[in-house]
Design a protein around this ligand. Structure first.
Ligand code: PEP
Ligand code: MG
Length: 888
């Protein structure tokens, strides 16, 4: 194998081998752009090193050959005392990865060559500053010396001279600092700073290889599901200097505005500085446009290059560049990050420019970006007072009074106050408070902390890990610098940006939602430009997608909204939601019924109400399929809480005025109490155990459909049986349902064409799908229960209990209730789909668990060959978009 590639030998498609940075440096080199010469050591070499603990035998000679070629090209040798070639050594994996070694600059400097550099540059201070930077970076990243020791020494040197900034240290000061730094290396690393330039380079290469297996890098890969065996490439690049005087400098630029997508000059420039100075914020950068005055030649050349890059990559690029004494050098480029709104705008702008086609435009946006655009947000125009910044853990804009404990959160929210729950970090005791709050703010913890995981599960706005904020729960206050927020003061948190504000920031509705709701049409201003772009991209997606998208909706209002959002039917109407409120008592009577007559009576009173529900739903979804699921949840959900009722009855008994009904109720509650209600009397089991219940629901559906038909409507009902585990269950329910439907068809003179199907949400159902399909006209995968039963995870408890530990240990990168577990649950879905279709080729297949609206899961369902996904109304645009992306 070949382990080293000159920049002239690679290209942008070799990211697997050369890493992202190396591949793009090669691409720019071959485009004829001014890239400082260099070469890349491949990920293959890294893999050999990681597997065997040693570099591949051939590597040393290959590096030598490429280094010699580089020296020839540059006309100087690495570390040559009178005129040294200096290089940077940078890591560069296929995916950019925090936690890996970044860069060592100025390799090749030594006690001897520092003088040569001073002569060549005509600048002694510059040379010694470069040398001290090398020892500092090398000591820290290659030799593992605590970086603070160098920083402390630098601070001391400044303090001794009574100056504030590094640039006020002169050559003599820096010389002393170099001596000090070398001592630190010697004491801490137990060896001298290497004076041999080749040894410096080899050690740095090894350090990059080793950093692949640093703890943070490993954790990041587990969480992002990046394979551990990819390895990293190493880029060796000849140094150019932006800190050689006023005719030098360094900067970053975007080929168009990453916030709006508009074309123009976007970037920052810092005169007489190196890249790391920009990051350190030592001096203020100037807008890139000012470079035109500073150095017109370089500016013009840069503009030209940016245009070349955009046309070549056909996308927004970001770049890093350096100007060394009037000569422009390109140090890096990559396809640039952008805001969600800009992603949509740029995709359509590039289509208009003829750079990409519609299919490619779909790949330039994501469902997650669309979801982000659909949250309400804070008004950009509003005056705000920023308190601090944390991690954007769960999107949205929340405003409320600061509270510092769950108890207060609950108490205040019950009295109608909006509250933000502020904690150092949350734990399961905070759960009720989190439910009561508008949003959650913590000062500790990252994206996998309890607060973040639970808030995302609840769809609640959350900012976590806002480390500048000091949370004092004892004194019920939060301090940010010298601002103190007391309990009851209003704060606003932005879960999409991580920003925390003092006071109430006005919230504006999302223009994208306004558009989907039909309240806004494309025009000319900024929001309209975004809406127009979203409109076009959605049209591309709808044109190509194979998956249909339905809604989970239980009433006409949700159904109508879903329809506006593009739903092509209802995939799940949960009828239990129709049995709450003032109907709960009727259900209670049904459960309490001792005699057939009593039971009949309560069912008879429910029938017309249930029928009316369906009439409204069919009307709202006229012409589109509506899947109605018969009653699913355990009955105790319709009964009073066992503890509360026990106390009430005990107190009444003590007063000797216990009422007959309460006593019966308590008996029923005891009788129906289950240790594991989710595995108990629910779903089809209810239909089989309580005579007449499912029959009443089927009757209501059939009568409602007949009524709509006679009113010239086009009802398309589908009856769905939940929690089936075996075909026998389904057969019994079906037989009864068929009879009822036939009777109503005969009576009303209609032909209803009601399909009867089942949910597949138990492993046994999935494993016997071939048999079940004999009695089912459709399957709808209930991936919520299927995930629960395949993993043995209680869907209501685990996110708040041990998922944080699982996520932190990288057992999975995201909750399997959020994104489908392809290998486990997903493989059951695939095999059940295949078995079902083998029995019944025209079997309709859908999914109605929460996964139906999750981007990654939608791709999986597309590949699994399902006919539709069904999700909450708000997620429909996301599902449409992702279905389009999956198909294009
Ligand atoms: C499911 O289990 O995936 C499902 C859609 O049903 P529910 O969430 O109502 O149990
Ligand atoms: Mg279910």
């Amino acid at each position: 194998a070949k382990f080293v590639y000159d920049f002239t030998e690679g290209n942008k498609d070799l990211k697997d081998l050369l890493g992202g940075k190396g591949a793009n440096l090669a691409e720019m080199t071959n485009l004829g752009l001014p890239v400082p010469p260099g070469f890349t050591i491949t990920t293959e070499a890294c893999k050999v090193y990681l597997d065997s603990g040693d570099e591949p035998v051939a590597l040393r000679d290959e590096v030598t050959a490429h280094l010699e070629a580089l020296e020839q090209k540059m006309g100087k040798k690495l570390g040559q005392p009178d005129n040294p070639l200096l290089v940077s050594v940078r890591s560069g994996a296929k995916f950019s990865m925090p936690g890996m070694m970044d860069t060592v600059l100025n390799i090749g400097l030594s006690d001897k060559s520092v003088k040569g550099l001073a002569d060549q540059a005509g600048d002694e201070r510059f040379a010694w500053d470069s040398y001290r930077r090398l020892i500092q970076m090398f000591g820290k990243t290659v030799l593992g010396v605590d970086g603070d020791l160098f920083e402390d020494a630098l601070e001391k040197a400044k303090a001794a001279k009574k100056v504030a900034v590094d640039t006020d240290l002169d050559a003599a000061d820096l010389k002393k600092l170099v001596t000090r730094f070398k001592k630190i290396v010697k004491t801490e690393a137990g060896r001298d700073f290497p004076q041999d330039p080749r040894e410096q380079m080899d050690l740095a290469i090894r350090a990059v290889f080793d950093s692949w297996n640093g703890d943070r890098a490993k954790l990041y890969r587990r969480q992002e599901r990046i394979p551990h065996d990819l390895g990293t490439a190493v880029n060796i690049c000849s140094m150019v200097f932006g800190n050689l005087g006023p005719d030098s400098g360094t900067g970053v630029a975007f080929t168009r505005d990453p916030a709006s997508g508009h074309q123009g000059v976007y970037g920052d420039y810092l005169q007489n500085a190196q890249g790391e100075d920009v990051v350190a914020g030592i001096r203020n950068t100037v807008p890139l446009a000012e470079l035109e005055q500073i150095d017109k030649n370089s500016y013009d050349q840069l503009m030209q290059i940016m245009e070349t890059l955009e046309n070549h990559y056909k996308d927004l690029c970001d770049i890093e560049f350096t100007i060394e004494r009037g000569q422009l050098w390109m140090l890096q480029t990559r396809v640039g990050k952008r805001t969600a709104g800009a992603a949509f705008r740029i995709a359509t702008q590039l289509v208009d420019q003829g750079l990409i086609d519609e299919a490619e435009a779909l790949q330039r946006v994501t469902g997650a970006q669309l979801a982000q655009l659909m949250f309400p947000r804070f008004d950009d125009e509003a005056k705000t007072e920023l308190l601090g910044r944390g991690i954007a853990a769960s999107p949205g804009a929340a405003v409320g009074k600061a509270v510092f404990d769950s108890y207060t959160a609950i108490k205040w929210s019950r009295s109608g106050e909006k509250v933000i729950l502020i904690r150092r970090e949350t734990n399961p005791d905070d759960l009720d408070g989190m439910i009561a709050a508008e949003g959650i703010l913590t000062s500790r913890g990252g994206k996998t902390s309890h607060a973040a995981v639970v808030a995302r599960g609840m769809g609640k706005t959350c900012v976590c890990g806002a480390e500048d904020l000091v949370v004092d729960t004892k004194r019920r206050r939060l301090t940010a610098g010298d601002v103190v927020v007391e309990e009851g003061d209003v704060v606003s948190i932005d879960g999409s940006s991580g920003k925390v504000y003092l006071g109430e920031v006005p919230v504006v509705p999302s223009p994208v939602v306004e558009y989907f709701e039909g309240r806004m049409h494309a025009g000319a201003d900024d929001a309209d430009e975004l809406v127009a772009a979203v409109h076009r991209v959605m049209a591309y997606a709808d044109r190509v997608r194979r998956l249909r998208v339905r809604a989970n909706a239980d009433n006409a209002e949700d159904a109508l909204r879903a329809r506006r959002f593009g739903a092509q039917g209802i995939g799940l109407c949960r009828t239990e939601h129709m049995f709450l409120g003032d109907r709960r008592e009727m259900v209670e009577r049904l459960i309490l019924a001792d005699t057939d007559a009593e039971r009949e009576e309560s069912l008879t009173s429910l029938l017309p109400l249930q029928k009316q529900d369906f009439v409204e739903l069919f009307e709202a979804m006229d012409g589109l399929p509506v899947t109605i699921r018969l009653l699913d949840p355990p009955l105790h959900e319709f009964l009073p809480d066992i503890t509360e009722l026990s106390v009430r009855v005990a107190l009444a008994e003590a007063r000797e005025d216990a009422n007959e009904n309460d006593l019966r109720l308590l008996q029923a509650v005891h009788r129906l109490h289950e240790q594991n209600p989710m595995l108990g009397l629910r779903g089809v089991r209810l239909g089989l155990a309580i005579p007449g219940l499912f029959a009443m629901q089927v009757r209501a559906i059939a009568e409602a459909a007949a009524e709509r038909k006679n009113a010239k409507g086009d009802p398309r009902a589908e009856i769905m049986i939940p929690l089936v585990g075996t075909v026998q269950e389904l057969e019994i329910v079906r037989e009864e349902a068929d009879q009822i439907i036939a009777e109503i068809e005969a009576r009303t003179g209609t032909h209803l064409k009601l399909a009867i199907g089942t949910m597949i949400e138990l492993p046994r159902a999935a494993l016997t799908a071939g048999q079940i399909a004999e009695a089912a006209e459709f399957f709808s995968f209930g991936t919520n229960d299927l995930t629960q039963t395949v993993w043995g995870f209680s869907r209501d408890d685990v996110e708040a209990s041990f998922f944080t530990a699982y996520l932190e240990k990288g057992i999975f990168g995201v909750s399997p209730f959020e994104t489908i577990d392809k290998d486990g649950v997903g493989s059951l879905v695939k095999s059940a789909a295949a078995a079902g279709r083998a029995t019944r080729p025209d079997l309709k297949l859908g999914v109605c668990g929460e996964h139906g609206g999750d981007p990654e899961s939608v791709h999986f369902f597309h590949e699994a060959g399902l006919d539709y996904v069904s999700c909450s109304p708000f997620r429909i645009p996301v599902a449409r978009l992702e279905a389009g992306r999956a198909a294009s």
